[in-house]
Design a protein around this ligand. Structure first.
Ligand code: GUN
Ligand code: ZN
Length: 426
């Protein structure tokens, strides 16, 4: 194992240069120097040029992909996964808020956060946009864990000051100063970004939204993440609480929170004008298919988002989502699209969890592919580690069909190793 981040690794290697352009090396070599991609090519052409300081690793029967990107995940909901029988608002009240309340205990926050990161990494997720609980210790635990792993993440302390149990509501007056302190402490340090995180319109008062608007003005490069139009009861409640807003998106717009650095989770039930405005603002949509199926929230229109040129990422949305695996999440995206009469090919799905996800999160200059100079986050998949996948993949078939099998049959089992900036962490 290296800690210098300098390796040369031989494998089948796949990545995207753009949505429509992928590169595949059947016998490839990826050279990483001091954490950054240096060269990628055919093994036979590059092997003579491996720099002396690089450790050589032979994984020639395995597959390398850029690290998977989870565009929407809650670090404080691991124990909520598979909670029976509720739709969004009851699920929040009955299962989710009680689970998040446990994070007031610093020790618990630490242990749960460690488990959360190990689950992400074991599944090949190397970057995520993360919601913590309302507690400072939850945010700190996430930021410190990511820093110690040298993992690229964006995370925000969830802001809530109403319509949640009183001990999960923060002092409205503290929103600005506390968030500013977090931005100063974490933003741009290691590989961390602070992201403004109003949970959703229902749980933030007008005054809290104004504080977030001020922060957004003061720190215009800071991104924003929130939930939008996931469920009909949620939409109705939102419009009751913000009677002046013309629609759900209009609430966030009225506080200046929708722009090219905004990640909107779900966005299932948008009107035509909301779709159009999402595009105009250049905001990103994060599709969370396992969550939407689990809570029965509805079927996101992925094809429409792609046709409109809106940046889209996929999110596990743990704990309404049912799997940390972005392969399983991509499989669910295929199924949701199929229920709408749309077919999403394996290339598109792999794009969404690698370079496309990086674009949606605004980090495509740094990660998402193996262009020289990018941070070398990647995973090694071993299809032979799963009996069904190994059977399926050994049958003569196209690259597309192999990738499609990875999506439907892949799981934590086949993630052989995971590297962050050239250093192996799994
Ligand atoms: N809307 C507001 N909070 C949440 C949450 O924690 N999960 C999901 N899926 N939707 C939400
Ligand atoms: Zn969510």
């Amino acid at each position: 194992m290296t800690t210098s981040g300098s390796i040369a690794i031989r494998a089948k290697i796949f990545h995207f240069l753009s949505p429509d352009e992928y590169v595949f090396f059947e016998d490839g070599l990826l050279i990483v120097e001091r954490g950054f991609v240096s060269r990628l090519g055919n093994y036979s052409e590059l092997s003579a040029e491996i720099p002396h300081e690089c450790m050589y690793i032979d994984e020639r029967d395995k597959w390398i992909f850029p690290g998977f990107i989870d565009g929407h995940i809650h670090a404080v909901q691991t124990r909520v996964i598979a909670s029976f029988g509720a739709d969004l608002l009851q699920w929040l009240e009955n299962y989710t808020f009680p689970a998040e309340k446990l994070f007031e205990d610093e020790n618990y926050a630490q242990l749960e956060t460690d488990f959360f990161f190990s689950q992400m990494l074991k599944n090949g997720t190397t970057t995520a946009a993360i919601y913590t609980s309302v507690h400072a210790q939850s945010l700190k635990a996430v930021m410190n864990k990511a820093a110690s792993l040298n993992m690229r993440i964006m995370a925000g302390k969830t802001n809530m000051d109403r319509n949640a149990p009183p001990d999960l509501c923060e002092e409205t007056a503290a929103t600005f100063s506390q968030t500013e302190m977090f931005i100063q402490e974490y933003e741009g340090k290691h590989r961390l970004e602070y992201i403004l995180t109003p949970r959703f319109a229902i749980t933030s008062s007008h005054e809290q939204m104004l504080h977030l608007q001020e922060l957004n003005k003061k720190f215009p490069h800071i991104k924003v993440q929130t939930h939008l139009s996931e469920n009909h009861a949620e939409i109705n409640e939102t419009l009751k609480l913000f009677p002046e807003a013309k629609d759900y998106l209009g609430v966030y717009e009225s506080y200046g929170l929708v722009n090219s650095g905004t990640l909107l989770g779900h966005a299932i039930h948008l009107s035509d004008t909301e779709w159009e405005r999402v595009r105009e603002h250049k905001a990103s949509l994060i599709h969370c298919p396992t969550s939407n199926l689990f809570l029965g929230s509805g079927l996101f229109n992925l094809q429409k988002a792609l046709d409109m040129g809106i940046p889209v990422g996929l999110g596990s949305d743990i704990g309404a989502g049912t799997s940390f695996s972005m392969l399983q999440t991509a499989a669910a995206a295929y199924q949701v699209a199929a229920l709408r009469g749309q077919k999403t090919d394996a290339f598109k799905l792999f794009y969404l969890i690698t370079l496309g996800g990086a674009k949606a999160l605004g980090v495509e200059q740094k990660i998402g592919s193996f262009l020289p100079g990018k941070e070398a986050d990647f995973l090694v998949l071993n299809p032979m580690a799963d009996t069904m996948l190994s059977k399926k993949i050994s049958v003569e078939c196209s690259l597309h069909d192999k990738l499609f099998s990875f999506i439907f049959l892949g799981n934590e089992q086949i993630v052989d190793s995971v590297y962050l900036m050239g250093n192996r962490v799994i």
